[in-house]
Design a protein around this ligand. Structure first.
Ligand code: VGL
Ligand code: ZN
Length: 198
């Protein structure tokens, strides 16, 4: 069997100067590029929302970014408008080595459901197709890096562990949003799910 590096959402809007900037988000790019040579496959994910997406605070009258709203699939954090399909903010960081990517998985394109995980939308049911791709390539071991540790990396790693992959998260090559203790909760949740948090 083989291994894959899963690079989560290393996009301009999650880097300093972006719409949902993660502190130090750009610092991890050289280390991620260097790591790519160690894997059989490299997969990039790309947060890819239509304008007016239901995860944007601007789509809910009277609600502010970083608050929450109840959606049919559970509690959803509301975000500033970010990663709008085709925008510069949705583009990968300019220094990320995208040439090495075998596969790019876009997520969050369904207007009614957010998608933190690379495997399932936030209803935890609707698949992105990544599991099928990895299975058909015989990949059983994953290393995850990218943005943000406590949201998209966390959800992706926990789903991957549930699906039976051996998963390592390289926290030195991730950066967090850290809303109300979300980073500590994510580290605990990943460890509890059997993810190796390195
Ligand atoms: C993310 C919030 C909203 C992430 C994406 O990549 O962690 N966080 N959309
Ligand atoms: Zn998003």
């Amino acid at each position: 069997m083989s291994n894959a590096l899963i690079v989560i959402d290393v996009q301009n809007d999650f880097c300093p100067g972006g719409a949902l900037a993660v502190a130090g988000g750009d610092e991890i790019v050289p280390g991620i590029n260097a790591l790519m040579a160690d894997f059989d496959a490299v997969v990039l994910t790309q947060d890819w929302h239509p304008a007016g997406h239901s995860s944007f605070a601007s789509s809910h009258d009277g609600l502010d970014p970083f608050g929450t709203v109840e959606m049919p699939y559970g509690t959803q954090v509301l975000w500033p408008d970010h990663c709008i399909q085709g925008s510069d903010g949705a583009a990968f960081h300019g220094d990320l080595n995208t040439d090495r990517a075998d596969m790019i998985v876009r997520k969050g394109y369904n207007p009614a459901i957010d998608s933190y995980s690379a495997f399932f939308e936030n209803d935890h049911e609707t698949p992105t197709g990544l599991h099928g791709y990895l299975q058909t390539r015989g990949i059983d071991t994953l290393t995850m890096v990218g943005l943000a540790t406590d949201f998209c990396v966390n959800f992706s790693a926990v789903d991957a562990a549930k699906l039976g992959y051996a998963v390592t998260v390289r926290t030195d090559l991730c950066r967090a949003i850290d809303l109300d203790g979300s980073l500590a909760a994510a580290i605990d949740g990943m460890a509890a799910a059997g993810v190796t948090v390195a």
